[in-house]
Design a binder for this molecule. Structure first.
Ligand code: NI
Length: 140
């Protein structure tokens, strides 16, 4: 099948590209472009999945961040207080000198649960955010 391909140019930190190249080599991609296409598909799937998170949910938001990043801890605390109605608990784990992992446990309307994850994703210095949710009472 013929597909119209568009060319794009992107700038990214060298270490990120090196890491990406190592992964696509290990996974056997024919080219960097194929790896990037696959990564973009995953990103779109994840976003679409997040868009469907609604109704009563329980879930977790896990994150990894650099606590030495100026203002980050204050911003994170503000966000957590803003959503204190649905954040039931949290776990904090100091990974190394600068890096923290935190997991929030939530229960509430899916849109709000998702809003917590989306807000945290935009905070500078946060390196990784992952949202998982289930519907309470749903058979697994
Ligand atoms: Ni810590």
């Amino acid at each position: 099948m013929e597909q119209d391909l568009s060319r794009i140019g992107i700038s990214l930190p060298e270490h990120l590209l090196e890491k990406f190249d190592r992964i696509i080599e290990k996974r056997g991609y024919a080219s960097r472009s194929e790896g990037i296409r696959d990564a973009i598909r995953s990103y779109i799937r994840y976003y679409e999945w997040m868009s469907e998170v609604e109704g009563e949910r329980v879930g977790t938001v896990s994150m990894v961040y650099d606590h030495t990043h100026r203002g980050l801890v204050d911003t994170l605390t503000d966000v957590q207080h803003e959503f204190s109605g649905i954040i039931r608990s949290s776990i904090h784990f100091h990974i190394d000198h600068d890096t923290c992992m935190e997991v929030l446990l939530l229960r509430g309307e899916g849109k709000d649960v998702k809003a917590v994850a989306e807000r945290i994703m935009t905070i500078k210095g946060v390196k990784h955010v992952k949202l998982t949710t289930i519907r309470p009472g749903e058979e697994i």
